[in-house]
Ligand binder design. Sequence first.
Ligand SMILES: [Zn+2]
Ligand SMILES: [Zn+2]
Length: 140
Amino acid sequence: MSDVSNKNMKMTPQRIAIMKYLDGNTAHPSAADIYVALQEQFPTMSLATVYNTMETLKQQGAVVELSIDPGKKRFDPNTQPHHHLICIKCKTVLDIFVDFPLPLSDRETGGFQILGNRVDFYGICKTCGDTPREMIQTNR
Ligand SMILES: [Zn+2]
Ligand SMILES: [Zn+2]
């Protein structure tokens, strides 16, 4: 398959299924997560198809790519400005819809017009915090 045909992506059943899976999804899934979730429905769909679809959706502004998880790209179908709370153990990502006024002086911005910000909070979620240490270690 040539690269050109990829650019004109049609609404394939796989793509519709991916968009449906992402609709209202607050888990911030990676391409691999989406691939696994849709395996049963589309056994012949490849991980590359999911990657390509996510790339297209990102370019169209339908999803936001997050770089908060160093292991993999995560995608957020909620394109409204919001912040994230990230568990460093299980990589759970929660949304925070609070405005953080982070005033920068003119000296710091140098005339730069600030349109928004994105704040990532790192920590340990309640589930991981409640898990005894031995269990976390055997989980590796
Ligand atoms: Zn956790
Ligand atoms: Zn989010």
